[in-house]
Design a protein around this ligand. Structure first.
Ligand code: BTN
Length: 267
């Protein structure tokens, strides 16, 4: 059963004006907005239905990791997607869609975000946003996708270093002022609406690739190492290995893409 909602703040309601969101479920505190959105999708939620929580107590990241959403400091939201026929052939792009939406919104604020493949958004090398896309199934047919996005808006949203496996930061720290959360959410959703129209195109792939972190640098993913050349058509990363071979990699269970610093003591 979908948990009891809270009345949304006026600022949030106003921020959704003119966006393609048919319905909003808002929570002062939720376990995970993805869990609520999955349940809602199973009950028939329409395309672009939106779940927003001020705080998450069981926020989930990729590979079953925890995702921290303390109250009044972050964005945690999930969008229900009913893919069109054209989008069904590029389902793997939906997580990057979220990252591109966040990156575009941050660019509109004058920042220079990078997307750490596949879909973490970095500012100054620190992770400020993550995306968790999950399919909703009816038997063995995917009927919807839930795209969940977390953004560390204020500095108080950043988890302690010992609880993360990659340096984390906030939009506030890089902007120098406190961004208005609902205004940022509006910008992200607007950008997502624009990118969605181009999701199946090469332009989408090029936009994702143009923002890739560590392009031209040495990286490591699981056991593989090489220079990051770019993206393959199906959204994998292309590496040139030390032996000169071109290697295309897709998600490697529980392994993060990492830069290899040339002079590191612990390569
Ligand atoms: C990651 O970087 O590992 C992905 C993090 C995704 C976090 C968001 S916050 C909103 C939505 N609800 C969740 O439980 N997770 C996603």
């Amino acid at each position: 059963m979908i948990p009891q909602t809270t009345a949304p703040p006026d600022g949030l309601k106003a921020a959704l004006g003119g966006l393609p969101v048919p319905r909003l479920l808002y929570y002062a505190s939720a376990g995970s907005t993805n869990d609520v959105a999955i349940e809602w999708a199973e009950e028939g939620a329409a395309d672009w239905s939106l779940v927003v929580a001020d705080e998450q107590t069981k926020g989930r990241g990729r590979f079953g990791r925890r995702w921290f959403t303390p109250p009044r400091s972050a964005l945690a939201f999930s969008v229900v997607v009913r893919p069109t026929e054209a989008e069904r052939s590029v389902m793997g792009r939906f997580a990057a869609w979220g990252a591109l939406g966040v990156a575009s919104a941050l660019e509109a604020l004058g920042l220079k975000p990078r997307i750490k493949w596949p879909n973490d958004v970095l500012l100054g090398g620190e992770k400020v946003s993550g995306v968790l896309a999950e399919a909703v199934w009816s038997g063995d047919v995917p009927t919807a996708l839930v795209v969940g996005i977390g953004v560390n808006v204020l500095a108080s949203a950043v988890p302690p270093r010992e609880l993360t496996d990659f340096p984390a930061g906030s939009v506030e720290a890089h902007l120098g002022v406190k961004p208005a959360r609902w205004h940022l959410l509006r910008r992200i959703l607007m950008a997502m609406a624009e990118w969605r129209a181009r999701l199946p195109t090469d332009e989408f792939l090029r936009a994702w690739e143009a923002r890739l972190a560590y392009r031209g640098a040495q990286v490591q993913l699981g056991e593989a190492r090489g220079v990051l050349l770019g993206l393959s058509r199906d959204g994998g990363i292309v590496l040139r290995t030390p032996s000169g071979e071109r290697l295309i990699l897709h998600a490697v269970a529980d392994a993060h893409l990492r830069p290899i610093h040339q002079f590191s003591q612990n390569p």
